[in-house]
Each structure stands twice: as structure tokens, then as C-alpha cells.
Ligand binder design. Sequence first.
Ligand SMILES: *Cc1c(COP(=O)(O)O)cnc(C)c1O
Length: 451
Amino acid sequence: MPDLDNPLRNLPQVQRLLETPGGRALSATFGRAAVTDALRDALARLRAQIGAGEVSGVPDTQTLLARAGETLAQRGRRSLRRTINATGILLHTNLGRAPLAPEALAAVTEVASGYCNLELDLASGRRGARTRMLEPLLRELTGAQAALAVNNGAAAVLLTLSALARGGEVIVSRGELVEIGGGFRIPDVIRQGGARLIEVGATNRTRLEDYRGAIGPETRVLLKVHQSNFRMVGFTEETDIAELACLAHARGLLVVADLGSGLLRRPPGASEPSLNEALAAGADLVTCSGDKLLGGPQAGLILGTQAAVDPLRDHPLLRAVRLDKMSLAALEATLMLHRDSPQRVPVQQLLSQTEAVLQQRAERLQTLIGMGTVERTDAFAGGGSLPEQRLASRAVALPLRVGMDEMAALLRNCDPPVIARIAEGRLLLDVSTVPDSDLAELAAAVKTVLT
Ligand SMILES: *Cc1c(COP(=O)(O)O)cnc(C)c1O
């Protein structure tokens, strides 16, 4: 006779649950010991909830077994997982930025599943610097005399300033003292590099005269920072790299340009200079990320003149920010693709999708879901790249069954997780970042959430 006054007394025993058909089925999949553990967990949680008055009755056997099954399935899943990006942000920092090309993945598998000549010069049999092999490629692609690759873009800036400006002054326009995101602020990086920041100009206008007036005996570097994630419009003026280079070189100073996204070729309409253009304009060093528009793994590139790059090679910080063999393999393979067939770099493909293709894909997704409407929308390059570029896209707008945030959370909880875009009070699945091969899985996830 169940004791209605005290639900704790009615909790089934682990042994009894294990002997039910459902319990046996779980044991066959996950092993009896793991199922015992998971059931104990489920019962302990329930006991706590009953004790706290959050739950009054005892769920049936099926529900308890299902909870244990969910715990077991989750334990078997890695926490870093493939995710469906339906945000329409091509280079989404929270979603791992650039997808890698098959060639890059093959290179990673090859060098990481066994040994590789990471720091061995095969010709001489001696120890070699780990990013030497990238130099000829980077020289060819960008026109730089010398190159170095490190762990990420932020590390590239930090190493550069530490090696070239420590103890001295770095002059930056007030309009370029940006925060890139995740707490990466240019003034902080300059301080970390052991240099003093000299701000010049006004937020919206900085002229060559402002830089000239600020140069003193301690000045080492004129730093130009790409504004990345924001745009100034209206009454604005900035000094370009060529003008800065003239001024700097007449005074024996260096021009460093932190370009951020790493364009090898400037797409039509883009306002930011490519790596080639910045170097040709006279920058002594340029830095950028490997996983933004370059379309490679997380990495930071440092390109420039021999005289500017050489001091970085012996700097102690280089060891702390060095690239690992997997990133290095992926970076080299991506750079080779840029040289031989740039249209095969996934980011390039994402940027060049036509509206007709996106319309078709959105219609297919809408048909597979059987609900929602296809709508015009804009996708974004993201990662602070090409912020002014409008990428015409299509999305499926979902009907809302529950609150929007709740629905977004349910989608994130799917397997694979789905990240949708919330825009103007609607939940959108932008198809520009969803490959055709993911449509069926995306539709299935959405259907379970909607029904
Ligand atoms: C993205 C960016 C960085 C930081 O690069 P990470 O690779 O994310 O470390 C630095 N500067 C600029 C201008 C950027 O856009």
C-alpha cells in the first residue's frame, strides 16, 4: 500500500529497477555498473527534490529509467561537439570561426596520428624553427620578406609589441583603441607588451600631423589597428598606412598594422586593406588571425620586413605563444589552397554563395520542417571582418511554440546542438552557414522542438 504522506518511502529500489525490462535494456547498452550508478544518481536527485518540496509524487519506473538513460548518453558525449550554425554569421567566434578545408583536415590527421618533422630540418638533420616551412608560402602570397606564425592574432600583436616597443612608446589613434571582444583591448595589450600608449587625434579624426606632433625620443612604433567590429560614419578622417610609413621611416620608427582578418585579396566593396596592400603601402609588420577570412585554423600571422621580423624570432614570448603541430599542418594546407585553388577554401565558398542557391536551400529546409516561412535576411562575415559588407541570405522563420529564449534553448539542447538567430523578435534559421548535408538533421531537430 503506497504511503501517500511520505513519497520518499515510495522510491523504488535500484535493484528492482535494474531487473525491469527497461533496466535490462540499459544494462545491455551501457553496462550494469554504469546503469546502477546512473539510477542511484537519478534517485538521489529525486530525493533531494522531494526533500526541498519541489516535487510531490514519485515518477513511474519508465520516467526514472529514461532519466538514467539520458545521463548515460550525456556521459558518453564529448562536451566539445559539432554544432549546427544557423546564425548566418560565417566566422562566429563562439562557434569556432572558420570551417577547415578537407585538405587541411587531412594534413592534421597525417601529422598528428604519428610523428612528424615539426622541428627537424630534413635536409641537414638538425633542429629547425617550426614555422620556417611557412615562410616561402607566405612570402609568395603576401609579398612579405619574412613571416612568423603564432597561436592567435592577439598573441601576434603582443609578441610584436613586446619585441619592438618594450620600454618605449607606441602611438595609436584614439579612433583605433578598440576592444575586439573577449576582453582583448588594444590599450591593455600595449601595456602588457611593456610599452606606453600615446593616444593621438580625436575619436573620429586623426591626421598625420597628430602623429608627427606626438613623436618623441622614446617613440618606437606607430600602430594602426583595424577597427574590426565597428564602423565610424560621418565626419571622420584617418591616416593611411602609406602616409604613416613615410613619417615613421623618416624618423627611424616602425609602422605596425594589426589587420585582424587577414585578407589575401580584397573582395569588391571591402574597405579594409589586404595583407599585400598593407605591406606594399610600407607597413614594417602586419598581423592577422588565421581563422578569420584566411579560413584556416586558430593562428596569428606576423608578416613584414626581415629587419622587423628577426627580433621576434629570439624573443622568449615566442615559445609561450607558439603554434602546435595540428594548427601548423592545417595552416600550411590552407595557405597552399590559397595559392593553388583559392575557391576551395570553405570561407571563400561561404562568401560567394548566390542568392538563388540560398533561396533553394531555405525552401528545402522549410519543406523538410513542414512549417515556417522562407524570408530574406542578411548574413554577416563576423569575427570583426568586413563589417560593412551585406551578404544577402535567406532564412526559415520558425513559428513560436513557447517563449523565444526557451525555444532557442531547446534547439541548443538538441544533438547536434542547433544555434539559431534571434532577430527582431523572431527565431531565424539562416541557411548561409548550414551546408546542404546538414539540412535533414537540422530539420529533424527543429521538428522535435516544435512538436
Ligand atoms: C580578431 C582580431 C584580433 C585578435 O585575433 P585572435 O586571433 O582572435 O586572437 C586582433 N586584432 C584585430 C584587429 C582583430 O580583428
